[in-house]
Write a protein that binds this ligand. Structure first.
Ligand code: FMN
Length: 303
């Protein structure tokens, strides 16, 4: 199986989540997208996202359109020990689109290519782009867009195989990724709806991609990347996983970690009996010890 990596997910792939994934293997993990303008303004939460100094195999994902701010952020990420810089050219969030960043860059290939060129000039580590296949079904420009990035010196491309207009639903268009792979010598990473070994093999068979990126398939299942890569399903102790993740969140965020933990705990419990009751209790509680007890009561002995 080719390389399996963790997709960037805002609000999810923070340091504690990456640590959970790393328990199961040295997968390449992406940070949440980090706003370069916000970083340039020294926003404390954004700066915290850059703190990867004690981790291995982390790619820092940057989002923005301002060249100077992008270069500043890229250099900082390199100094922090990032193994690569990734530029977000796929995010459909309105606030980003309205300032010309994220998926809006799909419509301005020259600006996108200039960003890549400037970042390439300023760091020694690989520079990648994560993109979608186009803006909407009338504007699928993945191959042309990729070629412009290639001329600008990009080192690899990860493709969420949907248009911006499709958001996160519908089947991914892996045929477009296959065409990108045919028309370029760049490493291409396929992304979209891969959740297990079967879906990974199907995506690889169509695209011939050099790697697979897992997003939602890792929610509440930080071991899923390892399962997909090795094909080996090891027994998992859900109580232990949820508790360990909870502790990492508290350690990293302090008491605020209790609030961040809620969605993760709900994802761990997904599919279990009494999940609604579990979530109701977790969401109503702010005391760490009581939350640990709820995890114990509901997830003890569960796989
Ligand atoms: C909660 C959430 C947050 C996301 N945040 C980012 C992000 O910060 N940067 C990015 O490039 N993509 C982001 N994505 C998109 C994912 O990286 C991925 O491309 C998409 O979810 C499709 O892959 P999947 O089907 O494996 O989830 C996000 C997706 C989700 C569900």
């Amino acid at each position: 199986m080719t390389e399996v990596m963790l997709a960037p997910m805002a609000g999810v792939t923070d340091k504690p989540f990456r640590q959970m994934v790393r328990l199961f293997g040295n997968h390449k993990t992406y940070t949440e997208m980090i706003g370069v303008e916000s970083l340039a303004r020294n926003h404390p939460m954004t700066r915290k996202m850059m703190d990867i100094h004690d981790e291995k195999n982390v790619v820092v994902q940057l989002v923005g359109v301002n060249q100077k701010a992008m270069v500043y952020a890229a250099k900082m990420a390199q100094d922090m020990g990032a193994v690569g810089i990734d530029i977000n050219m796929g995010c459909p969030v309105k606030k980003l689109i309205s300032n010309g960043s994220g998926a809006a860059l799909l419509k301005t290939p020259k600006i996108a290519a200039d960003l890549v060129e400037q970042v390439k000039k300023s760091v020694d580590i690989p520079v990648s782009v994560k993109m979608r296949i186009g803006w909407d079904s009338e504007h699928i420009n993945a191959v042309d867009f990729m070629k412009q990035l290639e001329s600008a010196g990009v080192d690899s491309i990860a493709v969420h195989a949907r248009t911006k207009a499709e958001g996160y639903s519908g089947l991914p268009h892996f045929d477009v990724v296959a065409e990108m792979k045919r028309q370029s010598r760049l490493p291409i990473i396929a992304n979209g709806n891969v959740i297990d070994k079967t879906s990974a093999e199907a995506a690889l068979a169509v695209t011939q991609a050099d790697g697979i990126m897992i997003g939602r398939g890792a929610l509440g299942k930080p071991w899923s990347l390892s399962e997909i890569e090795t094909g080996i399903l090891k027994p998992i102790d859900l109580e232990q996983m949820a508790s360990q993740h909870f502790d990492l969140l508290l350690n990293y965020y302090g008491t605020h970690g209790v609030f961040i933990a809620r969605k993760h705990l709900a994802w761990y419990a997904k599919g279990q009996k009494n999940v609604a009751e579990f979530c109701q209790k977790v969401y109503a509680e702010t005391d760490c010890l009581k939350i640990r007890k709820i995890i114990h009561d509901f997830l003890r002995g569960k796989q």
